[in-house]
Design a protein around this ligand. Structure first.
Ligand code: SF4
Length: 266
């Protein structure tokens, strides 16, 4: 949810992705809080994804996880498969040189906005910091597309801005635990050029948002994407926006956006 915090507007990667996809969609979703039509299949996937995140968090905290595993065989399967391909991630190091925390929360103020990130797992030592993120949908997206997603950009940016780590010592790895065959990962290594680029993009997007918000307060709606845009094709606001009709069956066949599944909503 979009809330104010000492006059700052809180923004997550999901908000930035929405803004980048379609400003009007951001308006409908976060300013007007219009809900998507219920989709039981999507909801079930979200619940399962949330359970996996909780399971990983409990495990990291050294709490029992058997109840989760016994309650759903899919979680058991994912966990076993993940343990077989990435045992080092599940090994809890007890040395004082390594910092590990699940659901690690950070904030960064940029302009009048409070940017919020929650890392599924952060592992850091005196040299480098790794951000890990669990995804529970079957098909990993294209790496280039994933690199442009605001989750990738914002997560590494905020860590570089709020810690002593240089960009080149920061990485982010997505683990797709439900991939066909065995879990797969996609890794991004950060660098100073990307950091500068993200800072610029972020600044542009937030400047634009400030203008749109000001206009909105004066009765002007957020801009829409151009007609015939792909973004409208599966958007549940298509009727409201007088764009093409929503094709509900098509929506259910689309791989969901990376930021719409199993993430903790802010
Ligand atoms: S229908 Fe198109 S213009 Fe309207 S919110 Fe969705 S993507 Fe934006």
């Amino acid at each position: 949810m979009l809330t104010t915090h000492t006059q700052l507007l809180r923004l997550s990667q999901g908000h930035l992705n929405l803004l980048a996809t379609c400003p009007r969609k951001f308006q409908h979703t976060y300013l007007e809080k219009l809900n998507s039509p219920a989709d039981s299949e999507h909801e079930e996937k979200q619940i399962l994804g949330s359970r996996f995140h909780l399971l990983m968090q409990q495990r990291e905290m050294g709490l029992p996880i058997n109840n989760f595993l016994e309650a759903d065989s899919r979680l058991q399967t994912w966990m076993s498969a993940f343990a077989s391909v990435a045992p080092e991630i599940l090994t809890l190091k007890t040395d004082s040189q390594t910092f590990r925390e699940s659901e690690h929360y950070r904030t960064l103020q940029v302009q009048d906005y409070l940017l919020i990130v929650i890392y599924d797992l952060l592992i850091a030592d005196y040299q480098q910091a790794q951000i890990l993120d669990w995804k529970t949908y079957p098909q990993p997206p294209d790496k280039r597309k994933l690199g442009l997603n605001w989750q990738t950009r914002l997560y590494m940016y905020v860590l570089a801005e709020t810690s002593e780590y240089l960009p080149e010592n920061i990485s982010m790895t997505y683990w797709f635990v439900q991939s066909e065959g065995k879990p797969q990962n996609i890794q991004f290594n950060y660098n100073p050029a990307q950091h500068t680029k993200t800072a610029k993009k972020l600044d542009q997007l937030l400047n634009q948002l400030t203008i749109w918000l000001k206009n909105y307060q004066n009765g002007k709606l957020f801009p829409q994407v151009p007609e015939n845009s792909q973004a409208c094709k599966y958007c549940h606001f298509a009727q409201r926006c007088e764009r093409i009709a929503v094709i509900e069956t098509a929506m259910s066949n689309v791989t969901p956006d990376i930021d719409t599944i199993e993430e903790v909503s802010l």
